[in-house]
Design a protein around this ligand. Structure first.
Ligand code: ZN
Length: 306
């Protein structure tokens, strides 16, 4: 049994202008860290396919998907919001990033050699709502993957676990009224995108953390909120929004996690997956803006998946 490493060269071509923190160098740092880690020979490498318009429209409004396809520029940039732009390669990258999660779901559902998967993708996805691009995100890859699991594999319960430092507001928006998908999201609060602390919905589990929260506070809060909810929910598949910007070295936010916290949470997620989901986990890269910390954290996370 092994882990699939799903990626595509086009993820290095999507870029949103000079000095944008969500830059191709992030993914290159992840690739470099994995190359140095010695883990690659233990994994199956898989090319991310293109998500179809219909697969994207299972999570997004169909006219939003059409508008994004139409907005793809032939040159320069098309701005979708002040933080989020498309260059000529962005549409393919965003489609393949969603396609990576779909492929990961197919692989872990097939019950072959692959128990879990890591999708090394750009752009990130968890801020993209049903009908809006924002926060560096165009399509919501974990939401597209969860809808694929429900539709194509007839699952009834999928959990999305989001430990990016920013709240997965797009994922919450898409599944706000869909109890088949539980979202557990930990995030610095108050902080961008300025919502999420009170969902009022029992299948949306927010774990807001004040700035400067460190390992002990993070673990205590996750223990109190995520695991009891997941034990009740009994997910048949777990999808992870794996952002590493809650790391102490990250320049965009102010939580103080370290690599061993990502090992801890990944090992705990595996226990839930083993108990209820036959071990099935698909993890997708979200944020993480200190290149060295991002590379080390992604490797620590995947080593714990392996
Ligand atoms: Zn983030």
């Amino acid at each position: 049994m092994t882990t699939a490493f799903i990626t595509h060269p086009v993820f290095l071509k999507h870029e949103m202008g000079m000095h944008h923190p969500e830059c191709p160098a992030r993914l290159q740092a992840v690739y470099d860290a994995f190359a140095a880690s010695g883990l690659m020979p233990q994994m199956i490498q898989v090319e991310a396919p293109l998500a179809t318009q219909a697969e994207l429209a299972a999570a997004h409004a169909p006219d939003y998907v059409e508008a994004i396809f139409a907005a793809s520029p032939a040159h320069d940039y098309a701005y979708l919001d002040p933080d989020t732009a498309m260059n000529p390669d962005s549409l393919e990258a965003a489609r393949r990033a969603s396609g990576a999660v779909i492929k990961g779901v197919d692989l872990v559902m097939e019950g072959g050699d692959v128990t879990n998967a890591f999708c090394a993708v750009r752009p990130c996805g968890h801020h993209a709502t049903r009908n809006r691009a924002m926060g560096f995100c165009i399509f919501n890859h974990v939401a597209v993957g969860a809808m694929h699991a429900l539709n194509a594999h007839a699952l009834e319960r999928v959990a999305i676990l989001d430990f990016d430092v920013h709240h997965g507001n797009g994922t919450e928006d898409i599944f706000h009224d869909d109890e088949r998908v539980m979202l557990c999201s930990s995030f610095q609060h108050p902080y961008y995108p300025g919502m999420g602390a009170n969902s009022g919905n029992r299948h949306i589990i927010p774990t807001p953390l004040p700035a400067r929260s460190c390992s002990a506070e993070f673990r205590r809060a996750i223990d109190a909120t995520w695991w009891p909810a997941l034990e009740c929910f009994q997910p048949e598949l777990i999808i992870i929004s794996a952002g590493f910007d809650a790391h102490a070295d990250d320049p965009l936010a102010y939580l103080e996690l370290h690599e061993d916290d990502y090992v801890w949470i990944t090992e705990r997620i595996r226990k839930v997956a083993d108990a209820f989901a036959q071990g099935r986990i698909v993890s997708a890269l979200e944020g993480g803006y200190d290149l060295a910390a991002l590379g080390r954290s992604a490797v620590a996370h995947v080593a714990a998946l392996l």
